[in-house]
Design a protein around this ligand. Structure first.
Ligand code: ADP
Length: 951
């Protein structure tokens, strides 16, 4: 009960104190230690270890100062003819006492409670009164039920059978008060019958009952007993007094309860035990007593009985008879081989050692279970050493329960706090992670919002710039517009990079897997980058290994993004030599392809090879100044490639060049059937104007859009918000609808969903929907497809993309204007204004990627175009209609070859207005003006070497 309460208190204290301070550990250890120390727990829990110490202290050789005569079963049988059945006539004790005195015994103890009168009592009383060795008779403390049961040396007398009224004040010797030590109190005491009291002589009495430990083992005996204010010595002590009345023993060290601690020996070291019959028969003169003399002379003789109601007592060394125990106690008192009770200071020292680990926790300021365990082991070793030293030098057997309990409590508390602290730390970490994740999400959301806000006006700027570029401009104006567009494009790609990276970092990254033509992709990329390389006088080579598959399955856009980034860097950081894009299948791993972008540029210091893949990292601070860039490209590339299950590596040699290698799993894939050719679409053109709806809330975007499709045979209706758009779509069927996704109120996806439901309900012909959005991620594309959109155009939408969508979904032929290759046939009837000035990349591609060839052609073409106006005027003035037609025809062809579609178209229109051989016909003035207008920007573009990327 006490233990449970204490444990509860300890746990409660720990819970309150522990999480904050390690003091709780020490407190718990101390509490538990003290609790064990000052309760019976200490004894019972320490028993095994303490008994081992007691056995170690027990004498190993038999005592020579005492001898026991045991009335055993054999003695009973042997003496029955002489002294009757048990209990004997008491003459036998009188005879024995007389003989023992004759044989030279020092003192005689009769460890039998002679409480009732028996025949022969008078003889015994007379023997007691005679001169000679003193005789001590037994008295028994009575009244404690438990003790009565285990009454030591109660012999054949059952406590319950004793007369209640024993004589109260027999004459005793020696005087017993004042008692030298705390005495064990008995309610009552059983004394020998008055019939055996010696007349006119002191009666020596010794108490033979003794309380045992609660496990029934005899380890300690009270030296003094108290009944009704009178003190009585233990039988062994009374015998010691009787044996040497003139030389009292040095007082033994007793415990606080006045108990003598014993180390009881094993049987071989007991005092000698002889049969009582030997003594009695010698006393009767029936046996020779010579041998007895040797055994008895100079010794204290204890007569007791192990027969009948066996008087056995349990010791740390096994069972012994009560008489042997008393004799052995006498011997221990004589020889000083008793055991010193554990001293308070020694217990305190051990307890302190037990508190060592807990103390260290306080000292350290935090629990550290491993170190605490090591300290506990050290404390145990120290304690064991001390304990052994005290055992051998002081004969002191220490109880170990309290220090061990304190140590265990300290360790447990330390572990408990450690775990709680770890849990707290883990919770804090989880919280921090959650906060960080939340912050990351908020950041990417913020970035997405901001970039949307930036893109909207930027789209307007880029759109207007595109419109401006395709209007008739002076050379200087062309240059200004070009700067305007380049800057806008750079800003646009930076924003895309930022958004891309933040999306990737926030985990919003999906792969858009589909089969595509790898060869076409690589060739297109090479063609796209060719002008940039050329501009810097670098070669750009594309090498496709023999076994490289064409149809593969993967995320085409992401692969393109990664490779374009590497190619862009390679060209940017190279001033001499060239760049090579090499692709080959990885033979060691089927389905894996390798792409290598090698340059002969400035290279990268080996110490920077890892850093350049970090966001915003550049090889050195001067890179931005010299080359521009943000340091985002490689970070995105690596992220993207890793998410595709691939890797990117770099080798570099500063001053020599760099090689970036991508390894990507790109399994073979079935290529989708080719889309209908532009010509086929054109052939299927409907002649009447098409009805097109534009749902867009931004006025500038509406203006740009309208301007871009102005020349098309379409009727454009406008809706300024989603609800309006839906209303208009309900009223009539459009051939095509362009719907902005981000609109206030009902957004574009909502409009499309409603439209699809409407069509399903009414069975109306389906209106193709092209979604317009600032976002271009796979998830956005997927969302618009899920909503029922047919196509997705990311803003800023170029004119070419718009016309492409018209061609694909509404069967308008915008192609004559965007396809420079097809412009020479003169079939177009729409304005040339929308076509790019000089689509060099497409032209180079048509020349098999041979940029040098293009350069040579361009040089000649520039000379031809520069002088064309003069030549044409001359031909008209001559008049030489054939030559004029020829000049128009050649201009159309050359412009087509160069990739100048607007010029090619204008020339084609002029050519059509002239008929070879018909000298009379003058050229169509409008067509001629258009040619003149188209020539200027082409010449500017050629003179700048500027490129205009293909849409
Ligand atoms: P950016 O090119 O915008 O600076 P990147 O992330 O693409 O950002 O590249 C990071 C840095 O790595 C560059 O600034 C440059 O220092 C270095 N680097 C990348 N590619 C090359 C290359 N081919 N040759 C030399 N240095 C390179």
């Amino acid at each position: 009960m006490v233990v449970v309460v204490a444990a509860a208190v300890a746990v409660a204290a720990l819970k309150r104190l522990a999480p904050q301070r390690p003091w709780g550990v020490l407190l718990a250890a101390l509490l538990v230690g003290l609790l064990v120390q000052f309760t019976p727990l200490n004894q019972s829990a320490s028993r095994a270890l303490q008994d081992a110490q007691l056995r170690h202290l027990a004498p190993s050789t038999a005592a020579t100062d005492a001898v026991v005569f045991d009335i055993d079963d054999a003695s009973l049988a042997a003496l029955k003819p002489h002294f009757g059945a048990w209990p004997f006539k008491r003459d036998v004790y009188a005879l024995a006492i007389d003989l023992l005195r004759d044989l030279g015994a020092r003192a005689i103890a009769i460890d039998l409670l002679l409480a009732d009168s028996q025949p022969g009592d008078a003889a015994l009383a007379q023997a007691l009164a005679r001169q000679g060795a003193a005789v001590v008779l037994a008295a028994a403390g009575l009244g404690h039920a438990a003790d009565d049961a285990a009454a030591l040396g109660a012999g054949s007398v059952s406590a319950a059978s004793l007369p209640a009224s024993s004589p109260t004040s027999p004459p005793t010797s020696p005087p017993t008060s004042p008692a030298p030590a705390p005495a064990y109190r008995w309610p009552t005491i059983a004394l020998p019958a008055a019939s055996v009291w010696p007349a006119n002589a002191p009666l020596r009495l010794g108490v033979i009952t003794s309380p045992l430990d609660d496990d029934g083992v005899l380890r300690r005996l009270p030296l003094w007993h108290e009944v009704g204010g009178r003190h009585w010595p233990l039988l062994s002590l009374a015998v010691a007094d009787a044996a040497a009345p003139s030389a009292p023993l040095p007082p033994p060290l007793l415990d606080a309860q006045g108990r003598l601690h014993l180390a009881f020996p094993a049987r071989q070291a007991w005092p000698p035990v002889r049969a009582f019959s030997e003594l009695a028969l010698a006393a009767l003169g029936q046996q020779d007593s010579t041998a007895l003399r040797a055994a008895v002379q100079g010794r204290a003789v204890f007569i007791g009985s192990s027969a009948l109601l066996a008087d056995a007592v349990m010791t740390v060394n096994g069972q012994a008879s009560g008489t042997v125990a008393l004799a052995q106690t006498y011997s221990a008192l004589q020889s000083g081989t008793w055991v010193r009770p554990p001293a308070a200071w020694a217990s305190a020292a051990l307890l302190l050692l037990g508190l060592l680990p807990a103390g260290a926790t306080v000292w350290r300021g935090r629990p550290a279970p491993r170190q605490d365990l090591a300290l506990a082991a050290l404390a145990l070793l120290l304690g064991a050493g001390l304990s052994l030293a005290w055992l051998s030098s002081l004969r002191m057997a220490m109880p170990w329960a309290a220090p061990l309990a304190a140590m265990a409590a300290g360790l447990a508390a330390s572990l408990f706090i450690h775990q709680r602290q770890q849990q707290t730390a883990q919770r804090a970490l989880a919280h921090a992670l959650a906060v960080a994740a939340e912050a990351g999400k908020a950041k990417s959301q913020f970035l997405a919002n901001v970039s949307h806000e930036i893109r909207t006006p930027l789209n307007a700027l880029l759109g207007v710039a595109e419109l401006l570029a395709s209007s008739p401009l002076s050379a200087q104006q062309q240059r200004h517009v070009q700067v305007f567009r380049d800057a806008g494009q750079a800003l646009h790609s930076l924003i895309n990079d930022l958004l891309d990276l933040s999306k990737i970092e926030a985990g919003h990254f999906e792969l858009d897997l589909a089969a595509f033509s790898l060869h076409q992709l690589l060739e297109r990329m090479a063609a796209l980058m060719q002008p940039r390389a050329q501009e810097k006088g670098l070669s750009l080579k594309l090498e496709l290994a023999a076994g490289l598959p064409d149809g593969v399955r993967g995320d085409r856009k992401r692969l393109e993004q990664g490779l374009l980034n590497l190619l862009g860097n390679a060209i940017k950081f190279t001033t001499q030599g060239g760049v090579r894009l090499h692709a080959w299948p990885d033979d060691s791993e089927p389905g894996t392809l390798c792409f290598e972008v090698a340059d002969t540029g400035i290279g990268i210091a080996s110490s920077k090879l890892d850093a350049i893949f970090e966001p915003f990292a550049q090889a050195d601070g001067s890179v931005t100044r010299h080359y521009g860039g943000t340091g985002l490209g490689l970070a995105i590339t690596r992220n993207v490639v890793q998410r595709m299950g691939g890797s990117v590596q770099v080798r570099s040699n500063p001053g020599v060049g760099s090689v970036f290698t991508l390894r990507l799993p790109l399994p073979s894939g079935e290529l989708p059937a080719a889309e209908p050719s532009h010509q086929a679409v054109a052939a299927a053109l409907a002649q009447q104007p098409l009805s097109v709806l534009l749902a867009e809330d931004n006025e500038v975007n509406v203006y740009i859009f309208s301007a871009m499709v102005q020349a098309q045979p379409i009727r454009l209706d406008l809706a300024a918000n989603g609800l309006l758009a839906l209303d208009m779509l309900r009223r009539r069927r459009y051939d095509l609808a362009f719907i902005d996704i981000q609109m206030p109120g009902l957004d574009g996806l909502g409009v499309t969903r409603e439209l699809r439901q409407l069509e399903a309900r009414s069975g109306r012909l389906r209106t193709p929907v092209v979604a317009l959005t600032a976002n271009a991620f796979a998830s956005d594309v997927q969302d618009s497809h899920d909503a029922g959109c047919d196509h997705h155009l990311p803003k800023p939408v170029s004119q070419a993309q718009l016309l492409g969508a018209l061609a694909q979904f509404a069967l308008v032929d915008p192609l004559a204007q965007v396809d420079a290759a097809g412009c020479g046939d003169g079939s177009s009837h729409t304005a040339a204004a929308a076509a790019p000035v000089l689509d060099k990349a497409a032209a180079v591609q048509r020349m098999g990627g041979d940029a040098a060839l293009y350069r040579r052609i361009a040089e000649h073409a520039a000379v031809f175009i520069e002088s064309w106006a003069g030549s044409f005027d001359a031909a008209c003035a001559e008049p030489n209609p054939d030559r004029a037609w020829r000049l128009a025809h050649d201009l159309k062809g050359i412009a087509g070859t160069l990739g100048a579609p607007a010029l090619a178209q204008a020339a084609a229109a002029l050519e059509a207005s002239l008929h070879p051989g018909t000298a009379a016909l003058a050229p169509d003035t409008a067509a001629l003006v258009q040619v003149h207008e188209a020539i200027v920007p082409v010449l500017v573009a050629l003179s700048q070497g500027a490129s205009q990327a293909a849409p």
